[in-house]
Design a protein around this ligand. Structure first.
Ligand SMILES: [Mg+2]
Ligand SMILES: [Zn+2]
Length: 242
């Protein structure tokens, strides 16, 4: 694991976003805990330009993320071992574990919500030192990190994707982050949402405090939804825990 603190920058100092007991932090994974979106990094590395055709249709709201993910990952013909090797080469935000540790010490809970795939998400979180657990975060259990994500099985014939958290009320998501937020809201006083992209937009609009970067920041700005900027979890530590 690398050094969490090295080269950082523009922390947003705001006293009233200090994490405390009763807070639930919901974080996106791709492009948020990872430095770049894992799927797009894989498609880029394999020069699968067609993946952008599906990405753009999904971003435009013309297809749902289930169709998008299924079509994109069907383009990947690598043997499982080589795909995992590629996944292991992708950079992660080394400050995320420190953020989780300190957020919990402050009394907050943390959950990952991802419309990506578990085969790489679990592996990358394990690389950061986490034990993964399924289901809602448990207030008295810091031994594992709860996450909601789509399922993928790597087979020699290809990647088989399924959507265990599919919500019938949402026609855009495989794993609807807003549905998780609304379900969990009653158990917490405040929801802090962290994300970077299109799949975060709806949930971010339902949260009490939002940290946004990249496309999510632009999408929220276009809709006059307030958010705090961040580049890495080091910024979020400085804003919420110091
Ligand atoms: Mg993302
Ligand atoms: Zn949704």
């Amino acid at each position: 694991m690398g050094d969490c603190r090295d080269n950082n920058t523009n922390a947003t100092q705001t006293a009233d976003v200090q994490l405390r007991s009763g807070d639930l932090v919901m974080s996106d994974f791709d492009g948020t805990v990872t430095l770049v979106d894992t799927g797009l990094a894989v498609f880029e590395a394999l020069k699968l330009a067609k993946a952008w055709y599906w990405e753009d249709l999904w971003r435009a709201g013309e297809i749902d993320s289930m169709r998008c993910l299924t079509e994109q990952w069907a383009l990947v013909k690598l043997p499982p071992e080589e795909l995992l090797e590629l996944i292991d080469s992708l950079a992660l935000d080394e400050c995320f574990p420190e953020f989780v540790r300190r957020a919990r010490a402050a009394g907050a809970q943390v959950v990952i919500v991802s419309d990506g795939l578990d085969f790489y998400l679990d592996r990358m979180l394990e690389r950061l030192g986490f034990v993964i657990c399924a289901g809602d975060p448990q207030p008295d259990d810091d031994s594992c990190l709860a996450r909601f994500v789509n399922h993928a099985a790597l087979t020699d014939e290809g990647i088989e994707i399924s959507f265990p958290h599919r919500n019938e009320d949402c026609d855009l998501c495989g794993n609807c982050k807003t549905a998780h937020l609304e379900r969990l809201r009653g158990s917490y006083q405040r929801i802090i949402y962290i994300g970077d992209g299109y799949s975060d937009k709806c949930a971010a609009e339902h949260a009490d405090v939002v940290f946004a970067k990249h496309n999510l920041a632009r999408l929220l700005a276009e809709r006059d939804v307030p958010y705090l900027s961040f580049e890495s979890f080091d910024d979020i530590i400085k804003a919420t825990l110091e």
